[in-house]
Unconditional design. Structure first.
Length: 291
């Protein structure tokens, strides 16, 4: 006979669904910290329920996470000051040149997809994420939204069109890596003309530094800054940042100096995220310098 109490069984079932709940909340909110808060709130709500009244715990938890996430999104929309800083959490992994693995990572936590999702309204985002990414039936999504099933389908359809219009760049394949390597080589040489060749004319550089976020627009300005960069790091290695090609550099004392993530569209770099804030760098789980 099992010694597990009903409460133990519920806790075990909850833990079995934790990864899925976190994944849903993360794609809704773009922040691992916010996703953790949503999962914790889902546990509190579950603890106040009679487990016997829940027929399908996994579906119930997904619904609850969806509702909590929707509330957070609506709060952000109503109160911009309550929004997170606009930069999705970063997952940095060693670049092992595994195309299939790269594609899977980009599809699941892609930086580009999170940015595109930020352009969707809360209802559209919920309908798209739950149905297209997690296969939740539209009738369940409709209940979360307080809408009809047809309305939920329409929201997902509108979201799908917006996502397609924004065309996510592919995962970090060989061509994308080659473009990034050409940029890095030109930056080291101070080759301004080559930098202009590999940068999209409307490239956007976002710098997350100690004093906040700075945005630089245009190939000329970005190339000018790239020419004078570098010199402080003793070791750098290529990485994947949310599935996109990137580079991490360390200071001589072993502390992280910077993290770069590149968005490549066609033959040019359309976006660069540069993280130089020591606090944020310290929070990241970076690959080992020597591996």
């Amino acid at each position: 006979m099992s010694d597990n109490t009903p409460a133990d069984l519920v806790a075990t079932a909850f833990e079995a669904n934790r990864d899925r709940m976190h994944a849903v909340a993360y794609r809704m909110l773009g922040s691992h910290a916010d996703a953790d808060d949503v999962v914790q709130e889902a546990w509190l709500r579950l603890s106040r329920q009679d487990p016997a009244a829940i027929q399908n715990l996994a579906a119930w938890l997904t619904t609850v996470v969806g509702r909590i996430s929707l509330d957070v999104l609506r709060t952000r929309q109503a109160r911009p000051e309550a929004s997170f800083d606009g930069l999705p959490d970063l997952v940095v992994t060693a670049d092992d040149h595994d195309p299939e693995g790269d594609a899977a990572l980009a599809d699941s936590v892609g930086l580009a997809l999170l940015v595109v999702l930020e352009s969707l309204g809360p209802n559209e985002r919920l309908a798209f994420v739950l149905h297209d990414l997690f296969g939740v039936p539209f009738d369940e999504i409709a209940q979360i939204l307080g809408k009809s099933t047809d309305a939920a389908k329409m929201m997902a359809s509108r979201a799908r069109k917006k996502v397609r219009t924004n065309e996510r760049p592919p995962a970090a394949g060989r061509h994308q890596r080659e473009v990034v390597q050409a940029f890095l080589a030109a930056a080291r040489r101070g080759d301004f003309e080559e930098l202009l060749r590999v940068l999209d004319p409307e490239v956007k550089l976002t710098i997350d530094g100690p004093d906040g976020e700075i945005v630089v627009l245009g190939a000329t300005k970005v190339a000018g800054g790239a020419r004078i960069g570098g010199g402080a790091a003793t070791l750098a290695r290529t990485v994947l940042v949310n599935g996109l090609p990137g580079l991490v550099a360390w200071r001589p004392d072993g502390t992280p100096l910077s993290l770069l993530a590149f968005t490549v569209v066609g033959d040019r770099i359309a976006g660069i995220l540069a993280v130089t804030d020591p606090v944020r760098l310290a929070r990241l789980d970076l690959p080992d310098r020597s591996s």
